[in-house]
Design a protein around this ligand. Structure first.
Ligand SMILES: [Zn+2]
Length: 197
């Protein structure tokens, strides 16, 4: 069904036509900012650097990774839900395409799809994303210096959550390259969770 929203944008919207400048609804008189039907905030990324530092100060790195990953996963699932409900993409590939499109507009970095394989009947899935200018790698190195392992845990969680929601599968994402450990870009590999075990 084709519809028109209050900004005269047509549904279903294509990811390529998404424009954050039009999609954001500024309501300073109420202290609110909305993207679709989700409330969002504008926050300086130094706060995330401080969060990394505090998580490391607590001393349990595994717990820090789990917290950041789950935080990202919840964020990715919610974003996928909002995209489906508000922009009504016409198929799964368009729904998927909103993920990297919104990431780029949000300023978290520039994702590029390198590999995509999906066979719903065979429960096969693989998504490889090359990611430039990750804000997490930038902030990690600012407060912690160079890393020995990938550190963009929240982004890995987000990609897994977003894709799991779109494809209705239990997907897990691992970061396989990271700028924080000296790679030219970050790289995220998403597969069915059972394949990683
Ligand atoms: Zn990274």
């Amino acid at each position: 069904m084709v519809g028109v929203n209050q900004n005269d944008e047509e549904y279903p919207m294509k990811a390529a036509d998404f424009n954050m400048q039009q999609a954001l609804q500024f309501q300073p008189q109420h202290g609110l900012l909305k993207l679709g039907d989700s409330r969002v905030i504008v926050m300086g990324i130094e706060a995330i650097g401080s969060l990394y530092q505090e998580l490391f100060n607590v001393g349990d790195i595994i717990a820090a990774q789990v917290v950041m990953r789950r935080f990202g996963e919840a964020n990715g699932r919610e974003r996928a839900r909002m995209v489906k409900d508000v922009f009504k993409p016409e198929n799964q590939m368009e729904w998927l395409a909103f993920g990297p499109t919104i990431h780029a507009w949000e300023g978290v970095g520039l994702p590029k799809l390198a590999v995509f394989e999906h066979d719903a009947a065979a429960k096969k899935f693989r998504l490889l994303v090359e990611f430039k200018d990750s804000y997490l790698a930038e902030q990690y190195t600012r407060v912690m210096g160079p890393a020995t392992e990938p550190v963009c845990w929240q982004l890995a969680g987000y990609i897994a959550g977003y894709c799991s929601e779109v494809f209705g599968m239990d997907l897990h994402c691992r970061e396989t390259k990271c700028v924080a450990k000296g790679d030219p870009h970050c790289e995220f590999d998403t597969r069915p969770r059972s394949e990683w075990l």
